[in-house]
Design a protein around this ligand. Sequence first.
Ligand SMILES: Cc1ncc(C[n+]2csc(CCOP(=O)(O)OP(=O)(O)O)c2C)c(N)n1
Length: 327
Amino acid sequence: MPPIKRTKFKLTPEQLLEMFHWLKLIRAFDERLSVLVKQGKVRSGVYTGIGQEAIIVGTGYGLRSDDWICPLHRDLGAFLMKGVEPRTMMSQMFAKATGLSKGRDSALHSGVNELGIFGNTSMLGANLPVAAGLAYTMKMERSDNVVVAYFGEGASNVGDFHEALNFAGVQQLPVVFICENNQYAYSVPLEKTMAIDDVAIRAEGYGFDGVAINGNDVLAVYQATQGALARARSGDGPTLIECKTYRWHGHSEHDKAFYRTDEELAMWKSRDPIPTFTTYLRARHVLDDEKLKDVEARVKQTIDEAVDFAANAPDPSPGDAITDLYA
Ligand SMILES: Cc1ncc(C[n+]2csc(CCOP(=O)(O)OP(=O)(O)O)c2C)c(N)n1
């Protein structure tokens, strides 16, 4: 048998194709949601991450099932990668009884303990001290699990971010902080919220490494994450990875994003992570027309099935409103 060709990160052609499938699936999930919002089918605010998928795939690929993630509002793809079925995620967005929180929240605050997904709250950055706390537990239990915590550059300006990084640095916690720097915090551009160019340099103030990378390059994100995970697992503490990217849609689907220019959007669309990776895979003979068609057909089938399932799923029953309470 000929030797398996691998990338320098030891990814086989099958694994590269799997990453490609994830990119396409997460893009398609968000794109369909965007349409469904306009059709009035979604009972939640929708904050798509279209254009930012390489960050979710590059960080999520290769995470262990007993690692934890702390996602924020724009990270629905991270739920999928960590094992939530697309039909369950779609049900969640439709606020159906088959969703994660059984139709009892505005869709964005659920977690799944069994899958290692910590539900976030609406307060920006509040997931980061929680991530540090989770990582502290892992350290106390002497496990080699890691927490991956996501946040936007806007969230890096709130106090919680700084407290979390400080604690993680002091305690050398197994946590990887992933900044999705998409250039805007709602309508506010980066230069109006920070006097520095790179969020990554904030890590230095807390005694650990920060690196700024191209967040639209899935392999660059994967490589940086793998290094950070290895350090965290071996007790060498946290890392901050700032992924430079751009969100194509408004802050949420109800935001027309008039605060930015068409030229700026076009420039970032030319850096779309999916065609870039497609070209790479074709050049390495990992992807051809037939395989591309196959991936696209599977993605469409998955999304169609998820929407069908969610649309036909039962609504929550009023009697369930007070079940699953802790007190
Ligand atoms: C503490 C706090 N302040 C303000 C808000 C309102 N808010 C929600 S999302 C958002 C912008 C977030 O920007 P960023 O952190 O860069 O993430 P992005 O949405 O760009 O992914 C703001 C200001 C909030 N939810 N919490």
